[in-house]
Design a protein around this ligand. Structure first.
Ligand SMILES: *[C@@H]1O[C@H](CO)[C@@H](O)[C@H](O)[C@H]1NC(C)=O
Length: 297
């Protein structure tokens, strides 16, 4: 197991430099192809490589009598990839379904004090056509995440059939027994195939139906849609989070942080909202299509 993992680490860090970072679309969020919004994965990879190289320098060439304990040091188990355990703190989500692909999302937070900034977290995913996750996955793979994207992961599961239900799960590459909750999702029908008149039921959220303000109330509407309807797709028309601090409500929910200004503020607020059980259930139950409404003057 260790030898196999080591080969994976070394190949992950050298062969195709940024393959495992690029598989995580969170680095290019919110849109692929807009470099002004995205992280330069080559830069992040260079940081990881620098760390790995430091760990792999052969110590036998050194003759430093001040540090005799370093001689013959075994660096083969150096943490090129975080192996201290992860927590899927915000369960799973899926979205933007096409007829042959779908985006899968999770957050893989390192346990304890976490890794050095130069050590990536590695997460694997698998997608199946049955809720028991049995048989061969339709798509699978590994991707890196890091503190740069708040340990989130967004991968595109591909080669799927149109108008079909799927189930997916993430795992820790270095300890496959650590798995995320299982999410359900589906593809949309293909424009190239004659419709089979299967009804797709959309659960529609908007400002009118749900004011998604976690200070004011619980997100019960999300939970009802997830548990009490057979919604296929969740369409969210806006105001998923609020930037203001608000005055608080009588449900014992205190909003964390301040009026949002920095990326840290946004992450903290989003992470707080995403602990709501109704919201988690709705994200686990099916793919979301979100529409960002821009208020024109
Ligand atoms: C994992 O995250 C959940 C949700 O934030 C938290 O309740 C739980 O204590 C965490 N578990 C560990 C082992 O850190």
């Amino acid at each position: 197991m260790r030898a196999a993992l080591l080969i994976f680490f070394v190949s992950a860090l050298s062969v195709q430099a940024t393959k495992y970072l690029d598989r995580n679309l969170a680095y290019s969020s919110p849109f692929v192809g807009y470099s002004e919004f995205s992280h330069d994965t080559r830069e992040i990879q260079a940081r990881h490589i620098q760390h790995a190289k430091r760990q792999m320098i052969d110590s036998t060439g050194f003759d430093d009598e001040h540090y005799p304990t370093f001689y013959g040091g075994d660096f083969s188990n150096a943490p090129f990839i975080w192996s201290g355990g992860i927590n899927f703190t915000h369960s799973v989500a899926s979205g933007d379904p096409f007829d042959d692909s779908i985006l899968l999302w999770t957050r893989a937070v390192p346990l304890g004090s976490g890794p050095d900034q130069s050590v990536p977290v590695c997460v694997s995913f698998k997608i199946f056509d049955n809720a028991k996750l049995s048989g061969k996955p339709l798509d699978s793979g590994e991707a890196f995440s890091s503190y740069d994207v708040d340990f989130t992961l967004k991968v595109e599961a591909q080669n799927l059939k149109p108008d079909t239900k799927y189930w997916y799960q993430f795992a820790d590459c270095t300890n496959p027994a650590t798995v995320s909750p299982i999410g359900a999702t589906r593809t949309l029908s293909s424009p190239d195939i004659a419709p089979n008149f299967k009804l797709v039921l959309y659960a529609l959220f908007s400002l009118i139906i749900v004011v998604s303000n976690s200070i004011i109330g619980w997100f019960n509407a999300y939970g009802v849609a997830a548990h009490n309807t057979s919604a296929d797709v969740f369409v969210h028309l806006g105001d998923y989070i609020y930037e203001s601090l608000g005055s608080g409500a009588k449900i014992g929910r205190k909003v964390l942080g301040r009026e949002l200004a920095t990326v840290f503020d946004y992450r903290q607020r989003l992470n707080q909202y995403r602990t709501d059980p109704g919201l988690i259930a709705a994200h686990e139950a099916g793919p979301w299509i979100t529409v960002w409404y821009v208020n024109q003057p």
